[in-house]
Design a binder for this molecule. Structure first.
Ligand SMILES: [Zn+2]
Length: 198
């Protein structure tokens, strides 16, 4: 099994954020979260753990600049013949709280993977909300995100808390402890996916 890791959006280059929008409000204490920086911190944490566990992975977008979605998908689809799955990491915005695991519509292996991620999220954050949509009988939410519909292997996207929710942003997304727990649930889920589905 190869984990294809997608760190959504761009990063900071010499202090300049590479992606329009995709950031928290500037809080009263002057701090602000750039989503692409957060996504990279989580993907890099996952990479650190996967390296120690000797689980193969590919960092789909190692650049700091924002890599186009078409490019990310094209890079991923080169691994079609390997046993792989695509994992895109994001933080949410738009008002709300909690986290979500997305797949593209339809019942596929992606749904089984998403269910494992949702359950591991609940194990790691038992007092936090998992925003679910049980219309299709499982806990994931379904949406036609480009990276989910165009990748040819199973693919999921995690939206980790809301960066425009001050409490979640300051207490979870911007803290070492919060980030470590987010990495931890992703790693526990990847181990379960490897055991049960590959
Ligand atoms: Zn995002």
């Amino acid at each position: 099994m190869i984990v294809l890791l997608d760190n959504g959006h761009g990063a900071l280059i010499n202090g300049k954020y590479q992606t329009p929008g995709k950031r928290s409000p500037r809080w009263s204490n002057g701090t602000q979260l750039y989503e692409g920086e957060f996504n990279r911190a989580i993907v890099n944490g996952i990479i650190q753990e996967l390296t120690e566990l000797k689980i193969p992975y590919v960092n789909i977008a190692p650049e700091y600049r924002d890599v186009r979605l078409e490019t990310r998908v094209k890079r991923a689809n080169e691994y079609l013949k390997s046993n792989s799955f695509y994992l895109s990491v994001h933080a949410n915005a738009g008002g709300g709280h909690g986290s979500e695991v997305f797949t593209s519509p339809g019942d596929t292996k992606s749904d089984k993977i998403a269910t494992i991620f949702g359950l591991e999220y609940k194990n790691t954050f038992p007092d936090k909300k998992l925003r679910t949509d049980f219309t299709d009988g499982d806990l994931d939410k379904e949406r036609r995100f480009y990276v989910l519909t165009r990748t040819k292997m199973p693919a999921i996207l995690t939206e980790n808390f809301f960066m425009d929710n001050e409490e979640e942003c300051k207490d979870i997304l911007m803290t070492k402890e919060g980030r470590e727990k987010i990495v931890e649930y992703h790693i526990n889920a990847i181990l379960k996916v490897q055991q049960e589905l590959f």
